[in-house]
Structures are given as C-alpha cells and as structure tokens.
Design a protein around this ligand. Structure first.
Ligand code: KG4
Ligand code: ZN
Length: 344
C-alpha cells in the first residue's frame, strides 16, 4: 500500500461520515445516519441534521481510526466536504476538520461534494479513469460532466433544469406512499413491476429540445405525468408505476450520458451519486455500454450514497497531484457548483 494516508469527513446532508484511505486503498468507512429522525417529516430537516452531526462526529472519527488501525498522528492530510450542501451541516464538518488539522499540524483540504462522488470510483483501481464522461445523479444534482482529471479538471456539459434525479425518485415515492428516502423504496417495488406498462414522458429528448438542452435533464414533466396517471387510474398497479417511472428516468440518463461519450470521443463513462445505487440503472448501463463499446465504471452501490471515503479519495488524489491544501478558516459554500473542486 502506497500513497498518502487521508481522513475524509462528510456532513453535507444527513450522514455523519468518515472515511480513511491510503492512496487508492480504502481502510475505513464509517457512517452514522440521522435519516430516521427526518423520515416523519418526509425530507431532511436542516437543524436536526446539524445537531446529529455534532453528536456523532467524535465517535464516528474514533471508530474510523479503529477500523483503519491507525492513529491521528499517522495522517498525512485531512479532507472535508466544503459544499454544496446544508450550510449548518457543512459547518459542523468543516469546523471539526479545521480543528483536527490545526491540532495535528496537517494540511486541510476543503473539497467539492459532487466531484468526490465521482472520485470514489478511483478506490481499489490502479488504472486511470480519465478522460471520461461523468454522469452524476444524486438527491440534489443531476449533471453530465467532462472529466479530464478527477482532482483538477471537471467541466459541466449539462444539468437538470428543474428536479434532480434523486429528488424525482423521492417525490414519486411520496405519491406512492413509500418510505423516505424514496430511491431505494422505488427500486425495491419496481422489481415486481413491468417497466413497459406505462409510457411515461422522457424530458428534453425531443428533437426541438436537443439544440439548447442536449445534455440537460428535466424531470418535472415526468413527475406531473405520474401524478396525473395515479389520479386518473384508481386501479393503478403501484409496482408497474414504480417500474415505468424508473425506466423513464434510466432511459433519459443513459441516452444522454452515452450520447455525450460518443459525441466527445470518450471511451469511459463513470456513473456516480446516490441514484447510481439503483439496480435498474446499473444493469441497463452495463448492457448499453457493452453494446456501445464504452468502458463503464460505477462505484460499489454502498459507496454511491453519501460517505466519507469519497472525500478521502478525492483529497488523496489532490495530495498525489501535488495540490496545496485550503487555508484554515475557509468558508463552506452551500450552493457551490462543480467548477470549485478545492477551496482556496
Ligand atoms: O448522493 P446522495 O446520497 O446524496 C446527495 O448528495 O444528494 O443521493 C441521495 C439520493 C436520494 O434522492 C435517494 O432517493 C437516491 O439518492 N437513491 C436512489 C437509490 N438509492 C439512493 N435512487 C434510486 N435508486 C436507489 N437504489
Ligand atoms: Zn451526495
């Protein structure tokens, strides 16, 4: 095992998560989630999330160190999610990371949550991923990216113009009276449904949309169509609705991402973010990429949703690339886009 020993802290939403990597090797991944405290509100409540981070932080760090069999003094760098995310939640993580970096006199890296979703795919792999097209699909974002270098050069080709893919899963799950978060619940229900039962709309795929919105997504029309279908069909088969909705999302995501890879002459596609845990997206991506002769990379499902290993992975790539860290006291940014990979 070679490379820098890095601890990564993630607190952008409802997971207090700490990961430790050595170079590209995962040594520890500990997650404490407050999801059950939010479930009865049907979404994440920022104040509850921040308090849960404060309560869990120390023990999650301690558990990660034990799992990795290292002590704090062994670390070469500390990484932390600096944005985007819930501001109060981010501040708990950045404060903890700054405190550690100061006390230990180690470099501190404030990194982008979205690019760390993609960078987690580097773990356990020696071969370079780049250049690649990235399809980032999470609860707050859905984008197609041109990834020249995971740690320093990521360009957004297109994004959702309304709901994110995960948000669409969560909203449709609510209509189907499923648990929060909705993605895994729809994934499970869809297993027993027919994906071809209902022909739901595929947003921004018509010829007249493709000029301006070639790599953009829109899921609000799909949401309306599902809602209307449920209102007008008292005997609707919920599993068919879930499977047909999921199929529409998967179809649009893959048509655009594989289209971007072909049009830009890229041979690799990385799919990452919480929705990349979706079983239908994973199997269909494998099938379509094989026939398009595109190398597909997706993190293991457990590393697709928020975790600290992804922050440690991106930080490790930055340290290996010789990038300098962030100044202690840097500000978190709740709405940062992907252009800001590292806080300076
Ligand atoms: O990346 P993530 O953990 O957090 C954000 O950065 O937003 O993504 C969370 C999103 C949620 O909307 C959740 O419903 C969705 O990912 N998700 C899934 C699945 N697992 C999580 N969506 C579809 N199928 C899944 N199996
Ligand atoms: Zn995320």
């Amino acid at each position: 095992m070679t490379g820098p020993l890095v601890l990564g802290i993630e607190t952008s939403c409802d997971e207090t998560a700490v990961g430790i990597v050595r170079g590209r090797t995962l040594l520890a991944n500990i997650i404490s989630s407050s999801v059950e405290e939010h479930a009865r509100f049907g979404g994440v409540v920022p104040e509850i999330a921040s308090r849960a981070h404060l309560e869990a932080m120390q023990s999650v760090i301690a558990e990660a160190l034990t799992q990795a069999k290292i002590s704090l003094n062994d670390l070469d760098a500390i990484g932390v999610t600096a944005g985007p995310g819930l501001i109060g939640a981010l501040l708990v993580g950045t404060s903890a990371a700054s405190g550690l970096a100061l006390a230990l006199d180690k470099p501190l890296y404030g990194v982008n949550h979205l690019s760390s979703h993609i960078a987690v795919d580097a773990l356990g792999e020696d071969d370079e991923l780049e250049p690649a097209i990235g399809l980032l699909v999470s609860g707050g974002h859905s984008s197609i990216l041109k990834v020249a270098d995971l740690a320093s050069d990521v360009l957004v080709l297109g994004s959702t113009i309304d709901d994110a893919a995960g948000e669409a899963f969560d909203k449709i799950a609510r209509l189907l009276e499923l648990d929060f978060p909705g993605g895994p619940a729809i994934d499970r229900l869809a297993q027993s449904g027919n994906p071809a039962a209902i022909d739901f709309p595929r947003g921004l795929t018509h010829a007249n949309d493709l000029g301006e919105h070639l790599y953009d997504f829109s899921f609000s029309g799909l949401k309306t169509a599902v809602s209307r279908y449920l209102q007008q069909t008292p005997a609707a088969i919920r599993a068919d609705v879930a499977a047909s909705f999921q199929e529409a999302v998967v179809d649009v995501l893959l048509t655009k991402a594989i289209g971007a890879a072909k049009a830009n002459g890229f041979e690799s596609l990385i799919i990452a973010g919480g929705v990349a845990a979706n079983s239908r997206l994973r199997s269909e991506a494998a099938r379509r990429c094989e026939s398009a002769k595109i190398r597909l990379r997706t993190p293991p499902a457990a590393l697709c949703t928020d975790n600290g290993a992804m922050v440690a992975a991106l930080t490790s790539l930055m340290v290996q690339g010789g990038q300098e860290g962030s100044p202690v006291g840097f500000g978190a940014d709740s709405s940062s886009g992907l252009e800001r990979l590292l806080w300076r």
